[in-house]
Ligand binder design. Structure first.
Ligand code: MSP
Length: 512
């Protein structure tokens, strides 16, 4: 069997954070979602049965305040804003299998069930809460954490004093530390893991998990004067929508919300006697032209705007390639322009354009005939590289994708493309056309077969352009998985090809 995974654990469950509906989608949301989408597509191409979940986080004080400010009842408000996130998914061509909203009955039921499970474990007690709360972060802060009277994130805090149910988080300090050490790859990247470890080692206090001073939330079972703390409600979404696929293989989150996912969530799950997710990956943050993205600075980048200006594949590619995933990155028009032209237009696009237009003009618009008698060592070298890189994709790059090493995987694809470009320059099929037709055909065949493999591997990252390339090579729709990278599925001489068109146009300065 080519793929062992098909016989063992064949499902892969991946989640984005669910987005707050107090705001319209921006670059940060698009980033998390596109990263998950690339992994989801990758795993499907690798023969896995994928569940990819995204959605919206609709309860809590922040949303209640935004609805009030808009003069709309909260339900009408969340209905509208949630729709913007669904649209973002369409604009980015996300392949999520489900879209959860925390106001849905299925979720309210699951969140209350989660509460009862924590209660059944003896981990919930009623007391009084007095402390600082930052609505923007929907988080409690200890006095000692405040910096100049604000939350460490810069959010405004207010003093909150009310009866509250508490979760015995302190009880899970040691079990969490044991879990992290038994599962060293649970939190990635490693630098973030160390941060979480030192936070937990610093001591965990019990967590306030209900509020009484506002209404927009899920009622606490058995005590409706309280509503559930929005993070307990929100985190439970992953379980609500699991559809028998629990535990999740990967929760993708931004670094700002790692603590909720790597500390609170596993503790809740331990208490609820449910399996823990396999991995939490915390990615970095984007600044915009060197500045923090914020409404007050007026520099918020809308995903739809990028897609319109640069193209969808180009936008997805830039986000995943520009910075090593996990690090912070800076978005600038110049870097986007340079990256798209260098990697997509001048490298992959140019290779495809040169090869396919020569084939259209000189090979009767069909896959060229390969005469093995004229094969030279440089052809074998190119094919070896393509096959080895493809095989790596099939094996070790799977692990790289699970660890979110996008830049590495993309780098390997680019290397194939650069090598093929060097090959076309050296072999110069435009010259062979006049001197040696059999060699010209062979060279064009090897180039076309390289493009086939490059396009198959590009699918998770630039899905539309990859599909166009595969269409132009007349690769059947059911022969585009990673298992089809092998020579057995190589292009067949004489297959008629459609008229080629460019897939990655070069950007010109005036247009951006
Ligand atoms: N609702 C919570 C998540 C609950 S999950 C159970 C939330 N929502 S959010 O809409 O504020 O943020 C969602 C994601 O966007 C987070 O992962 C966050 O890191 C990410 N980003 C927000 N701004 C960002 C950048 N400037 N750059 C990169 N990602 C950023 O938090």
């Amino acid at each position: 069997m080519e793929n062992n995974k098909l016989m063992t654990n064949n499902t892969y469950y991946i989640t984005t954070p669910i987005y707050y509906v107090n705001d319209k989608p921006h670059l940060g949301h698009a980033y998390t979602s596109v990263a998950c989408d690339a992994i989801a597509r990758y795993m499907r191409l690798d023969g896995m049965e994928v569940k990819f979940l995204t959605g919206t986080d609709e309860h809590g004080q922040k949303v209640e305040k935004s609805a009030k400010a808009a003069g709309v009842p909260p339900q009408a408000f969340v209905d509208e804003v949630s729709e913007h996130f669904r649209e973002m998914g369409q604009i980015l061509h996300l392949t999520n299998d489900d879209f959860i909203r925390t106001t849905q009955p299925r979720h309210i039921k699951a969140a209350q069930e989660m509460w009862k499970r924590l209660e059944a474990s003896g981990d919930i007690y009623l007391a009084n809460y007095g402390g600082w709360y930052a609505t923007r972060d929907e988080a409690f802060y200890a006095e000692s954490e405040l910096i100049d009277g604000k939350a460490p994130t810069g959010a405004e805090v207010e003093w909150v004093e009310e009866p509250s149910y508490f979760f015995k988080l302190s009880k899970y300090e040691q079990p969490l530390l044991d879990f992290y050490s038994a599962n060293p790859d649970f939190i990635l990247p490693e630098s973030r893991r160390n941060e979480v470890l030192s936070f937990v080692k610093g001591g965990l206090k019990d967590l306030s998990i209900s509020r009484t001073t506002f209404e927009w939330g899920i009622p606490v079972p058995g005590d409706e004067a309280h509503i559930m703390y929005v993070w307990l409600d929100a985190l439970t979404n992953y379980w609500t929508a699991a559809d028998g696929k629990w535990p999740a293989d990967l929760h993708m989150v931004g670094k700002d919300i790692l603590r909720f996912h790597a500390v609170y969530w596993p503790a809740f799950l331990m208490s609820a006697k449910l399996e823990l997710p396999k991995r939490v990956f915390a990615h970095g943050w984007w600044t915009i032209e060197g500045e923090k993205m914020s409404k007050s600075l007026g520099n918020v980048v809308a995903p739809a705007h990028l897609v319109e200006k640069y193209g969808l594949d180009q936008t997805r590619y830039f986000l995943l390639r520009e910075v090593p995933f996990g690090s912070d990155g800076n978005f600038s028009r110049q870097s986007m322009f340079d990256r798209i032209n260098a990697d997509l237009a001048n490298n992959i696009g140019n290779l495809a354009q040169r090869t396919l237009s020569m084939i259209a003009k000189n090979c009767d618009g069909a896959v060229p005939v390969l005469d093995p008698a004229v094969t030279l060592p440089q052809d074998v070298a190119l094919m070896d590289l393509v096959r080895v890189t493809s095989a790596t994709t099939h094996n070790s790059a799977r692990e790289q994708m699970q660890r979110c090493k996008f830049a590495e995987v993309i780098g390997a694809i680019l290397h194939m493309s650069s090598t093929a470009n060097e090959y076309i320059d050296k072999e110069a099929p435009w010259t062979l056309k006049k001197t040696d037709l059999a060699r010209m055909n062979a060279v064009l065949y090897y180039l076309a077969e390289s493009i086939r493999c490059i396009a198959i591997m590009l699918q998770p990252f630039t899905p539309d352009a990859a599909a166009k390339l595969l269409d132009q090579l007349a690769v059947p729709a059911d022969e585009r998985l990673f298992l089809h990278l092998t020579p057995q599925f190589a292009l067949k001489a004489g297959t008629p090809l459609p008229k080629p068109e460019g897939v990655f146009p070069r950007l010109v300065a005036e247009t951006v």
